[in-house]
Design a binder for this molecule. Structure first.
Ligand SMILES: [Zn+2]
Length: 125
């Protein structure tokens, strides 16, 4: 992940507080703005001005800001160190690791068997 991404995510969260931000939080926003490279921050600011979500999480190949599917090459680039932006809405993309498929637990298997038994009993009558 690019080093600017966690900073931009934090900045987005802090800015969402608006007037409710504490003096410490305002200071942190100023610090973050000083740490992020100028062109990266300029693009971020443009998105904010255009009322777009500047940082979007990607889940299952879908941009969390505009909800459109990203091109395959963008999804394949998820693990490199570059900044990636959504081709559609321009949001900085944060690639969330795909959740591992959950294996059925003994409890969920028992619950499923119980449901099936109920259905069988209902059908039999
Ligand atoms: Zn998008």
């Amino acid at each position: 992940m690019n080093a600017s991404i966690p900073l931009l995510q934090e900045l987005q969260k802090l800015e969402a507080l608006g007037e409710a931000a504490s003096p410490q939080q305002r200071q942190r926003m100023t610090d973050i703005r000083a740490q992020v490279p100028v062109p990266v921050l300029a693009h971020y600011n443009r998105l904010v001005v255009n009322r777009c979500k500047p940082v979007a999480e990607v889940r299952r190949g879908i941009c969390g800001a505009c909800h459109l599917r990203l091109a395959a090459w963008v999804r394949q680039a998820a693990n490199d160190d570059d900044l990636h932006i959504c081709e559609n809405c321009g949001a900085y993309l944060v690639f969330v690791p795909e959740e591992a498929p959950t294996r059925p637990t003994a409890k969920s298997v028992r619950a499923k068997q119980a449901r099936l038994a109920l259905i069988r009993a209902a059908v039999a009558h």
